[in-house]
Each structure stands twice: as structure tokens, then as C-alpha cells.
Design a protein around this ligand. Structure first.
Ligand code: ADP
Length: 492
């Protein structure tokens, strides 16, 4: 995996694949259209990528259906499916340097983050689910009467998967892992901002030997390619990660065909620091929990609650720490913060910063664009934030930390839960019972205690309330990709 000695700067990779992968073949879009994918650090076009729309989705749905029903995949032993997945994981590892560089180029994230997080987690996720392929089984059930009753977990079918741009490869692995382990076929619609690594993963999947049509990759825009996938009658399920507003559109669009839906959506996660915490650890965790990946994490600790008695000391140290972040060329190993992914996100974040100032929060560091090229924003910290301010209620998805003061336990629980989101939460304390009481009281799918953003392929992840439906990762995600069948046989 990652080498021990890292070079100080990395070379941008060659872009090898820009077409659509449908039925095991690379092809241009039916319309012949392409769209540009842009390097957010330089605002320059990296490549033109084939732009899929409804016609291409239709071809992909047919290819995925044929592969699901009659291809070699349909008859393949489960353990052999797992072997193919292991091969794909190994090929990703063999091409580690290239893929990390491609992720950094297309997304703007520091290459060191791609090497330390995105790539290892992607590889791990595929290995983890490869191990599940031959362990998905039903039960025998002692029903009344002279019958033999058992259940089977059958693959759900053709699965449409729509992913965002913040962790392009990792989101693809989270989706492909359980789907392929279960024996489904997939049509992946990567985000229009970051199609390149997913296309390259598709290429490696073909090299691994996945039969044609099992994995299809159709880049394009949400309202065209994405919506066509959601509405297509030949697609059995949509797994979506992105904004809750997009999920609302998808839910309405999927109603006609009653597709199975799983959603992993946004958040406004409380990160709670009690006065009895190891403050240095809490500060390091708060920095990571908010600024990692340029603040573009659905589980970002974007409401940082700090107990009154340590608030001022915490803020001083937090500002000092935020100011040590190194913005710049993502290919430089010293860089810890890259640009935001595109102009739209950049503008949205700057407008939230303005709202924060207008509504009376104190911007104690940052608050501006960094440099004059690329979508860089200074690490920004607001204090004096109150629960009703836009920066405390809305998902900003950028390097904007909001510090809220609290006095006691019950108050912070109530305020933490005063949101429609419920993706994650964290608590920093040396008091074990307090930690458990927070973990039990906060309405969120994941609670971290004295840590933040600890992910593992085996640990389920997903949201309460408007942060999602269903769980990704772990054994739980297999349920998203299987149908339960009950078989009852007369023994008379
Ligand atoms: P963001 O605003 O962070 O880009 P989105 O929810 O808009 O988040 O996008 C996440 C994914 O959803 C992307 O792949 C995007 O193309 C897709 N998408 C956007 N709108 C739709 C839609 N109406 N139907 C299906 N997919 C969509």
C-alpha cells in the first residue's frame, strides 16, 4: 500500500479514459455530446468526457439487465464473484499512484489525503465486501404445521448508483462493494465534477474480468443522466449519495416505478466539547472533523459546541491551529487544504460566510478567498454563533467552522438534536458515563467519542431523519442490495 517515503511533489497523471462504459464496451454518448471536467486548483479544463443522457442510460439498463438475467454473472458461484472483487481491489492497489493523482487532479483534494485516505479506504472496502460474497444466506424457520420453511437472500437486480464528487472513488467502492457481493449489476452515474477516477475503476474492472454489463459507468448531469436512471423502468433500485433536496426529487421521480431507494445525505453534525476533555485532542479532532477534505464531508462537525468554561481558551487555540493549515497546489506534499470542487460550491460557501457576518457572528479568522486562481477559501472560524443563524442551520460544505457556546449537558443535547439532520455527532470528554449518555441521546447514525471521522468498511454509516434512508458499509449495506424470499414446502 502507501510507500513509507513520500516524495515532496507529485506529477499529474495521464487521463486514460473519457468514454462511457456500457455492456463491457467503451463508447461515445449517443448524442455525441461531451462535457468538460475542470481542475479546481487552476480552473483549467482537464479533459472532455462523454456526456451520457437518457439514451445512454437506456443502453446501460439493457446491458445490465442482460448481465443480471442471462450472462455468466447470473450463474457464477458466489465465491468466484468475491474473487473478481478481490482482483479489482488488487488492480486498484497496483495503480495506486496513478489513481491518487487522478483523484487529486479532478477533485482538488491534496494528493497526500488521497493517498492516506481515499485510496486505502477504497481498496479496503472492496476487499471487505469480496469476503461477504459467499456469506450472504437465509434462515430455516420453524413455522406451524408439516412444512419446511426457509429464506433466501437474492440479488435485488439492476442497481442505479448516483454519487457525489467529494470522495469519488470511495463513494463508488461503497456502492459497488455490497451490490457486487450480493450479485447485482450496476449502472454508476458519477458526479459531473469528478468522473475520471470512476471511469478508470471501470477500466480496471474490465481488466479484472467482470463480465460485460455487470459494471456500467455513465457520466453525465443529474437532471438528464441521473433523472433518466431514476425513472427507468428497467432499473430496480437507486442508491444515492448527495444533497437531501436532490433526494426529494429522486424520491418523487422513483414513485412511478416504486424503486427501492437508499439515501446517504447531508448533515449538520454536532461536535460537543466538554470542559473535562483533553482539549488538545479535541482541538485536533475538531480541525480534522471540519476542515478535512476542504470541509466537503457530509458528516463534517459543522456545529462545534464548546462548554462555556473552556470556550475562550478553546477558540484561541483553534484559531492558532486553523492558521497553520497550508493552502496551495494539491500536488505538493506540504499542502493540507486544496480548492473547493467548483465555482458553484465556492460561491455558495462565500455567500454563507457573508450571511454569518450579516447575522452577527464574529469571523475570528479567514472569511475570504485565498489567492486569485482556483477555488480556494481560507480556513474560516465563526464564534458567537447562535442556533438560528444560517451558518448553524444549513449545510455549508466548506471550510467554515461555527463555534457555539453551551452551559450544561441537557441544554447541549437538546440543541444538538434541534435540526432535521442526523448523520453524525461527536463528543469529547474524559467522563465515560457522560460519553455514553451523549451517544444514547443524540439522534444521529454515527457517534464518535474522543475521535472524529473514523471510518471502516465494517462499520455501518448513514443518517437518522433527513440525513438518509438505510445504511452503507458493514453487513447492514447488504440488505440494500438483496430481496428476501420465503420458500415454504409441504412435507405431507
Ligand atoms: P451537490 O450539490 O453536492 O453536487 P447533488 O445532490 O446535486 O449534490 O449531486 C449528487 C449527485 O446527484 C451527482 O451525481 C448529481 O449529478 C446527481 N443529481 C443531481 N440532480 C439529480 C436528479 N434530479 N436526479 C438524479 N440525480 C441527480
Amino acid at each position: 500500500m502507501a510507500t513509507v517515503l513520500e516524495p515532496t511533489s507529485f506529477a499529474p497523471p495521464k487521463v486514460r479514459q473519457t468514454q462511457l462504459l456500457i455492456g463491457g464496451k467503451w463508447r461515445d454518448a449517443v448524442s455525441g455530446k461531451t462535457f468538460a471536467t475542470v481542475n479546481p486548483a487552476t480552473e483549467e479544463v482537464i479533459a472532455e468526457v462523454a456526456e451520457g443522457d437518457a439514451a445512454d442510460i437506456d443502453l446501460a439498463a439493457k446491458a445490465a439487465r442482460a448481465a443480471f438475467e442471462s450472462g455468466p454473472w447470473a450463474k457464477m458461484d458466489a465465491r468466484d464473484r468475491g474473487k473478481l472483487m478481490t482482483k479489482l481491489a488488487n488492480l486498484i492497489e497496483d495503480n495506486f499512484d496513478e489513481l491518487a493523482a487522478l483523484e487529486s487532479l479532478d477533485n482538488g483534494k491534496p494528493i497526500c489525503d488521497a493517498r492516506a485516505a481515499d485510496l486505502p479506504l477504497t481498496i479496503d472496502c472492496l476487499h471487505y465486501y469480496a469476503g461477504w460474497a459467499d456469506k450472504i444466506h437465509g434462515q430455516t424457520i420453524p413455522i406451524r404445521g408439516d412444512y419446511f420453511c426457509y429464506t433466501r437472500r437474492e440479488p435485488l437486480g439492476v442497481c442505479g448508483q448516483i454519487i457525489p464528487w467529494n470522495f469519488p472513488m470511495l463513494m463508488a467502492a461503497w456502492k459497488w462493494g455490497p451490490a457486487l457481493a450480493a450479485g447485482c449489476t450496476v449502472i454508476m452515474k458519477p458526479a459531473e465534477q469528478t468522473p475520471l477516477t470512476c471511469l478508470r475503476m471501470g477500466e480496471l474492472a474490465m481488466e479484472a474480468g467482470f463480465p460485460p454489463g455487470v459494471i456500467n459507468v455513465v457520466p453525465g448531469y443529474g437532471p438528464t443522466a441521473g433523472a433518466a436512471l431514476v425513472k427507468h423502468p428497467g432499473v430496480d433500485k437507486i442508491a444515492f449519495t448527495g444533497e437531501h433536496r436532490t433526494a426529494q426529487i429522486i424520491m418523487a421521480d422513483a414513485a412511478q416505478t416504486l424503486k427501492r431507494l437508499t439515501f446517504e445525505l447531508g448533515g449538520k453534525s454536532p461536535n460537543i466539547v466538554f470542559a473535562d476533555a483533553d482539549l488538545d485532542a479535541a482541538i485536533a479532532g475538531a480541525e480534522f472533523g471540519l476542515f478535512f477534505n476542504q470541509g466537503q464531508c457530509c458528516c463534517a462537525g459543522s456545529r462545534l459546541f464548546v462548554e462555556e468554561s473552556v470556550h475562550d481558551e478553546f477558540v484561541d487555540k483553534m484559531v492558532e491551529r486553523a492558521n497553520t493549515r497550508v493552502l496551495g497546489n494539491p500536488f505538493d506534499s506540504k499542502t493540507t487544504q486544496g480548492p473547493q470542487v467548483d465555482r458553484a460550491q465556492f460561491d455558495k460557501i462565500l455567500s454563507y460566510i457573508e450571511k454569518g457576518k450579516e447575522q452577527g457572528a464574529a469571523c475570528v479568522t479567514g472569511g475570504n478567498r485565498y489567492g486569485d486562481k482556483g477555488y480556494f477559501i481560507e480556513p474560516t472560524i465563526f464564534t458567537g454563533v447562535t442556533d438560528d443563524m444560517a451558518i448553524a442551520t444549513d449545510e455549508i460544505f466548506g471550510p467554515v467552522m461555527n463555534i457555539l457556546k453551551f452551559k450544561d449537558f441537557n441544554e447541549v443535547v437538546e440543541r444538538s438534536n434541534r435540526t432535521n439532520f442526523g448523520l453524525a455527532a461527536a463528543v469529547w470528554t474524559r467522563d465515560v458515563s457522560k460519553a455514553h449518555r451523549i451517544a444514547n441521546s443524540v439522534r444521529a447514525g454515527t457517534v464518535w467519542v474522543n475521535c472524529y471521522d473514523v471510518f471502516d468498511a465494517a462499520a455501518p454509516f448513514g443518517g437518522f431523519k433527513m440525513s438518509g434512508i438505510g445504511r452503507e458499509l458493514g453487513e447492514a449495506a447488504l440488505a440494500n442490495y438483496t430481496e428476501l424470499k420465503t420458500v415454504t414446502m409441504s412435507l405431507a
